[in-house]
Design a protein around this ligand. Structure first.
Ligand code: SF4
Length: 443
């Protein structure tokens, strides 16, 4: 969206006081995120009553009608599926001559050579709908830490898990063209970005909407790109994990042996009700296979507790699974009952307090497992990417291959004169909770 607006002639600022228009990107996935999105947008409008506040993102996609009706103070809503088309909304909310120092809004100019855009545009012309679903503009400003970028390779999801609102919001799976993804990856590497986080709702499904899994082909294409970089694969549905990835990762150390596999549960009854095809046994076998083929592998997962019908026995099955799996990282969420999902009408509601207790119990268990798993890195040398310095101290927050941005622990590096976005070889000296501590290695 930033790139689209810049393409339309606007200038991005991180400082709200400087802005004429404040864009709030919302989430509509679960109840907590919906509340936070609304509260944040209203708080911003209250703080900056004279600025135009635009609400965009998934919450608007899901509840546009209600939001327009109820949030009269908000200046505009963007519900389009295509974030790259957001600049189309501006003439509706602004007399663009009022934008100080800005010329009249001109039509956004796409990057040259965008066959994807042309294809999508041609199709949409026939349907009379908005055009391309994917970024068409140069992403000059990234919201990630220096040296790191996200590249989204598909939108939507066709897995249709019974509890999940994402297919309702984002629609069914639509994969980008491989050449477009590779072009974006190359562009970031050319700009000196070291870590490319390849994301989608389910990477394993990439290409399936065109007929077959293409993640392996994409990684081969990326592997042919010269240079130093990390490719981090975020979110692979464990039910169709392509084991062909093992050999690609073994052959190219730039593709990190880091796997985020959202197992969600382990009880057969709950997995079935969730619409997931795996089992405790198949998941443990997958974990074992990953560790056998890639001994340095780091595995993260997420779990959902308090799903309708989850009884004590189901929960204990999940606890047993987590003890057996010995994952490196895990996040736990409580079930959020989302309208229009299949699970909305399921019986066997679990009390909120029970769900929260179960979440805490797993978090405590996982904390001790994570602490133990981290010990294997003590004494090892690792390359880390510096995120930022700690003010007033000779300490830097960084991440190694085992730590994905924002969700995992960090590596705290003792040193001086390091820069955000810089890669450094460090020696891990100790664990501290979920973080590692390191000193700069002398080589
Ligand atoms: S795979 Fe993930 S995004 Fe897709 S429906 Fe299931 S939970 Fe939702």
């Amino acid at each position: 969206m930033i790139a689209s607006l810049e393409g339309a002639g606007l200038t991005w600022s991180e400082v709200p006081e400087e802005a004429d228009i404040i864009l709030v990107n919302t989430c509509g996935f679960i109840a907590e995120a919906k509340e936070e999105s609304i509260e944040t947008t209203l708080a911003i409008k209250e703080k900056y009553p004279h600025k135009k506040v635009v609400m965009a993102g998934c919450l608007v996609r899901r509840y546009e009608h209600n939001l327009k009706h109820e949030l009269n103070e908000i200046d505009a809503f963007w519900s389009g599926a295509d974030p790259a088309a957001i600049s189309e909304i501006l003439p509706d909310i602004y007399d663009l001559h009022d934008l100080h120092g800005q010329p009249e809004l001109h039509k956004p100019h796409a990057l040259p050579e965008q066959p994807e855009a042309a294809e999508a545009g041609a199709k949409s012309h026939k349907r009379g709908k908005r055009k391309a679903q994917y970024p068409l503009f140069e992403r000059k400003h990234l919201l990630s830490f220096p040296g790191s970028a996200y590249v989204k390779i598909a939108e939507g999801c066709s897995n249709n898990c019974s509890y999940c609102a994402i297919p309702l919001i984002r629609g069914s799976l639509k994969s980008r063209q491989r050449r477009s993804v590779v072009r974006e990856v190359k562009e970031f590497i050319g700009r000196g970005i070291f870590e490319i986080n390849i994301i989608a709702q389910d990477l394993a499904s990439f290409g399936v909407d065109r007929g077959s899994q293409e993640l392996e082909l994409l990684l081969h294409d990326i592997s042919a790109v010269k240079g130093e970089f990390w490719i981090r694969l975020l979110y692979i549905h464990p039910d169709h994990f392509p084991r062909s990835l093992f050999s690609i990762i073994r052959d190219d150390p730039r593709i990190l042996p880091y796997f985020d596999l959202p197992f969600q549960h382990a009880s057969p009854a709950i997995l079935k009700a969730m619409g997931r095809k795996g089992s405790k046994e198949s998941y443990l076998s997958l974990i074992e296979g990953i560790r056998r083929d890639l001994p340095d592998a780091v595995i993260r997962s997420t779990f959902l507790v308090g799903f309708p019908g989850e009884n004590r026995k189901d929960f204990l099955t999940l606890i047993d699974f987590i003890k057996a799996a010995q994952l490196d990282w895990a996040g736990v969420f409580t079930y959020s009952r989302e309208e229009e999902t299949r699970a909305f009408s399921f019986t066997g509601k679990v009390a909120k307090g029970t769900a929260r207790r179960r979440k805490r119990e797993i978090e405590e268990l996982q904390l001790s497992i994570t602490g133990k798993r981290l010990e294997r890195f003590i004494g090892r040398e690792l390359t880390v990417l510096v995120e930022e310095g700690v003010q007033g101290e000779d300490l830097f927050l960084a991440r190694g291959y085992l730590q994905a941005p924002e969700v995992d622990g960090l590596t705290v590096v003792h040193g001086s004169d390091l820069r955000a976005g810089e890669r450094v070889l460090v020696k891990i000296v100790r664990c501290n909770g979920v973080d590692l501590e390191a000193i700069v290695s002398n080589g």
